[in-house]
Design a protein around this ligand. Sequence first.
Ligand code: CAA
Length: 393
Amino acid sequence: MSVGIDDISFYTANFSLDLQELAANNGSDAAKYTVGIGQERMSVPGADEDVVTMAANACVPLLEGMAQRGEDANAINTILFATETGIDQSKAAGVYLHSLLKLNSRCRVVELKQACYSATAALQLATAWVARKPKEKVLVVASDIARYDRQTPGEATQGCGAVAIIVSANPRLVALDAETGIHTEDVMDFWRPNYRSTALVDGKYSTKVYLRCVRSAWQDFQQQSGLQFGDFDYFCYHLPFSRMAQKAHNHLANGNAHELSAQALEDQISSSLIYNRITGNSYTAAMYIGLISLLDNTAQDLAGKRVGFFSYGSGSVGEFFTGTLVVGYQDMLHQQSHQHMLASRKPLNYANYQQMYAFEVPTDGGDHAFAEQTNGKFRLAGISQHKRLYEVR
Ligand code: CAA
């Protein structure tokens, strides 16, 4: 029996800012963004979107698919919600999600945190659970809004998005191997104290720690699995911005892939970067949106191809793991709806972006209704007496 990803879909907000527009207004050279960090646009959430609404919207295609195939949604008895944009210090965001999705009450729900890494912890925990109870399915959700202070180097790497993954026995998309390589190290490269709504980051240091971590996790992975660089066809890296993956891949290839040309190395990652370039960072969801991007944007049949994954969470924890594409995986893709969603985002001018950036959920305990901005099925309608009010559109 194999265990892994049976279905996967993502959602991003309905607004986007072109980084050329940002550059034109902050005095940067646009090429620093489009070439230097490899980003074109970033998704910007409306006032009525948060990690719960994005997660719920990401889950819609999975549940619709299960219903169409006559599969029982009650098989989902666990939700693991990964985020570093938590909305409550106590209640798990996944409990709101569980309610919006009308899932069975016989379902455990928990939230996980370790910067951008926690979705991978969730995925690994899910595979272990399914290996023990093969008839059950786990819904892994990763949802985040990447937010930095205005006029900082991090601002151009903002973005948002959510990924929903069904983990099952005999998956129809990616069969995951049990062997993984792990590296944990206590560093202050990127963090967000509880009293801040924006992240603090030691930017250049964070890129160095990322590279150190990828090398170390890879070495551990090799020891655990015996696999070599040449055993892999494609790679998906954590994507704070697309150039980071290119740096990481070259770093890993250095000394490992003497026979591969620069173009061949680029071909191993280029399709995984397409969606990130136009959505920006989505922290926990980023690497998994990279996987979806690889699958949606590769015309050739990838069945049997081996993908290497490097998940990184500042602070820091990194994990290298692998999976193989399953025959017929194309039937499970949601390519058209992803591409339609991305194409129908509303472009913002700089003034609109500034306004949307300035919005914060009120903290005064009063009753506040939020403007209807999202096109998604689920929205945050307002907040009343410190309670978030969600609705289905
Ligand atoms: N044309 C082409 N390229 C240009 C250029 C131009 N006009 N101007 C600059 N560049 C290039 C630079 O040469 C540089 O390339 P290299 O990295 O290859 O040297 C690149 O553009 C970036 O330029 P700078 O180093 O001057 O950029 P910066 O000081 O503005 O900072 C950053 C870049 C550190 C990534 C910053 O965007 C940042 O702090 N981002 C947030 C933190 C982050 O994403 N860290 C990644 C690792 S941590 C992680 O992965 C977790 C997470 O999700 C946050």
